[in-house]
Design a protein around this ligand. Structure first.
Ligand code: GTP
Ligand code: MG
Length: 139
């Protein structure tokens, strides 16, 4: 598959990095085929991150992800999931390589600026979580 779902997280939007991050994403060869600025409700965030519901950081993660607007987007590129996770870097920005988006824009393990789907199956589920099919531009 050639699609992935990203979210520019509340920290990065608040810090004014939305434009820079979109620019970095398109410069890296990804095409944006759906895009929206929105704010997650607590119910949305719990559903989106339900895989982490038993983790100690779950409550903080939901609070953080609902703390302000986010930008959700569907991105297209060959090998999109793997390529995009390379572009964003390690979950903890301290471990993220130079030039990755988390190295450039993230504040901490939790406030880590950007999300990327971790599998083709989740890319599809997450894209349909944020967008109706008719809102995703598939040529
Ligand atoms: P996402 O792209 O956001 O899914 O990040 P990821 O796939 O790199 O990490 P993962 O799915 O394991 O965790 C989801 C999110 O939970 C991370 O992006 C962090 O914001 C947060 N998180 C993960 N592990 C920790 C942790 O140990 N402590 C805290 N405070 N937050 C964590
Ligand atoms: Mg993840």
């Amino acid at each position: 598959k050639n699609l992935t779902l990203t979210m520019i997280k509340p920290d990065a939007v608040k810090n004014g990095y939305m434009g820079n991050i979109i620019n970095d994403i398109t410069n890296a060869g990804f095409t944006i085929i759906a895009l929206r600025l929105t704010q997650l409700t607590s119910q949305d965030a719990k559903k989106f991150y339900s895989i982490h519901k038993d983790k100690p950081f779950f409550k903080n993660l939901v609070e953080f992800m609902t703390s302000g607007p986010i930008v959700a987007a569907v991105l297209k590129k060959e090998n999109a999931v793997e390529e995009f996770r390379k572009l964003i870097g390690a979950t903890n920005p301290k471990n993220a390589e130079e030039g990755t988006l988390r190295k450039k824009y993230a504040e901490s393990m939790e406030r880590n600026a950007i999300h990327g789907s971790d599998s083709d199956e989740n890319a599809r589920i997450e894209s349909l979580f944020h967008f109706a099919e008719k809102e995703i531009y598939l040529d």
